[in-house]
Write a protein that binds this ligand. Structure first.
Ligand SMILES: C[S@@+](CC[C@H](N)C(=O)[O-])C[C@H]1O[C@@H](n2cnc3c(N)ncnc32)[C@H](O)[C@@H]1O
Length: 219
């Protein structure tokens, strides 16, 4: 087994807690530090870009289900790949979530390209949103400048979704590969939000050059 594939602490913990991927802890850390999933008035609406296999979506659905006792939350998600639907009603590791969180009117998933206009329209029609999260990442080539450029295109698209479909006061949490024009993206976030920050969760692999940008309080 290659070193990169060896299950680590976060992978094993994700398995135990019923998430398909270790990436869930990056969102969890940001939520705990910055209060991203903070119920306000009315239905709390979240848009998850690059959502497969579905750990972030599940974290949002589980967290909002526990914070809003009687619904009041909605999640829309998109990915090129399908979700690992079996985790929606996960029962491994002694956790029993009862119902299928991926089923029902509180959740919408579209399999497609987030840069596609029809996909964008279907997500726009379900907004406006209180929070846009994007873990979208290109299939890496090993060429760092190509990978960084593609990641920036996706992160720029996520900022564009946020600019168009976030409510005033809403937040953005977006993955970006460090390098290239990444600082220019953070500058744009700072122009459009009351606060813009760079945040590298402890659960990111130490050798990874990914980081996350946050926009808090859309102007
Ligand atoms: C790191 S994974 C996301 C993991 C996810 N947050 C989770 O917790 O399960 C990155 C995802 O971005 C998706 N992606 C890349 N480019 C995309 C695009 N143009 N449109 C939609 N999804 C895209 C990939 O298919 C991949 O599933």
């Amino acid at each position: 087994m290659a070193r990169y594939e060896k299950p680590d602490y976060w992978t094993l913990r994700a398995k135990k807690e019923g998430y398909p991927a270790r990436s869930v802890y990056k969102l969890k850390e940001a939520d705990e530090k910055f209060g991203l999933l903070r119920p306000g008035g009315g239905v709390f609406r979240v848009l998850d870009l690059g959502a497969a296999p579905g750990s972030w979506s599940l974290y949002v659905l589980r967290t909002l289900a526990s914070r809003f006792q009687n619904g009041g939350a909605f999640l829309a998600a998109v990915d090129l790949a399908p979700l690992s639907r079996e985790y929606g009603s996960h029962t491994h590791g002694g956790h029993e979530y009862g119902k299928d969180l991926f089923a029902g009117d509180h959740f919408f998933f579209v399999q497609g390209d987030m840069m596609n206009q029809a996909v964008r329209d279907s997500l726009a029609s379900r907004g406006p949103y209180d929070l846009v999260i994007s873990d979208a990442a290109p299939a890496t080539t090993g060429n760092r400048s190509v990978d960084t450029f593609r990641s920036l295109e996706l992160a720029g698209t996520a900022l564009d979704y946020a600019a168009s479909f976030l409510r005033q006061g809403g937040s953005l949490f977006v993955k970006v590969f460090q390098g290239g024009d990444a600082p220019a993206l953070l500058k744009k976030i700072r122009e459009q939000f009351s606060a813009g920050k760079s945040f590298k969760p402890a659960s990111c692999r130490s050798e990874s050059f990914e980081t996350y940008y946050l926009g808090l309080g859309k102007k």
